[in-house]
Every structure is written in structure tokens, then in C-alpha cells.
Design a protein around this ligand. Structure first.
Ligand SMILES: [Zn+2]
Length: 92
């Protein structure tokens, strides 16, 4: 007899209909939650990278070899990133 095995948890069912119902009931919700978690993870990853970029820019600003113009440019760029971060939900 053919068996229908759940690809998520390995549970075996006699009919494809039963398997489909099981997947819908037991796994569909978890799947959506997983997707959401991945999206949130990506977002905070981007925030972390932006914060890192600000840190690098601030470090560069402190370098003694820079001209006034270069310092001003770095200041402007890091300010712009900080402003972007302020509008990013979840960065506070
Ligand atoms: Zn299952």
C-alpha cells in the first residue's frame, strides 16, 4: 500500500487528502511564522550593518590625514545613514 509521508515531520498517512489536511493544520501556521522571522532577521541584519558603517565612518573622520573637505564629506555621509536609521522601524 502506498504511503503518504509528511515532508515536515515524517508522519505517515494512508490518503493524500489526510496528509494535505495534516499539513494545513499542523504546519502551515508555523511556516508563515518562519517567513516572518526571516524577514525580521534580515531587517535587523541591515540595521546592524548600517550601525557598523557609521562606526567605520566615524573612525575615518578621526584620521589625521584627512583634509577638511574629506572630513566634512564623511560627516555628511554618516549623518545621512543615521537619519535613514531613524526612519527604520525596529532600530530604536
Ligand atoms: Zn507533519
Amino acid at each position: 500500500m502506498k504511503e503518504y509521508k509528511c515532508k515536515y515531520c515524517g508522519e505517515v498517512f494512508e490518503k493524500p487528502l489526510l496528509l494535505a489536511r495534516h499539513v494545513r493544520l499542523a504546519h502551515k501556521k508555523a511556516k508563515t511564522r518562519e517567513k516572518k522571522a526571516v524577514a525580521i532577521g534580515k531587517e535587523s541584519d541591515q540595521i546592524n550593518r548600517s550601525i557598523e558603517a557609521i562606526g567605520i565612518l566615524k573612525g575615518l573622520q578621526a584620521s589625521p590625514n584627512l583634509s577638511q573637505g574629506e572630513k566634512k564629506l564623511l560627516q555628511e555621509v554618516s549623518q545621512r545613514i543615521e537619519e535613514l536609521l531613524a526612519y527604520t522601524p525596529g532600530s530604536k
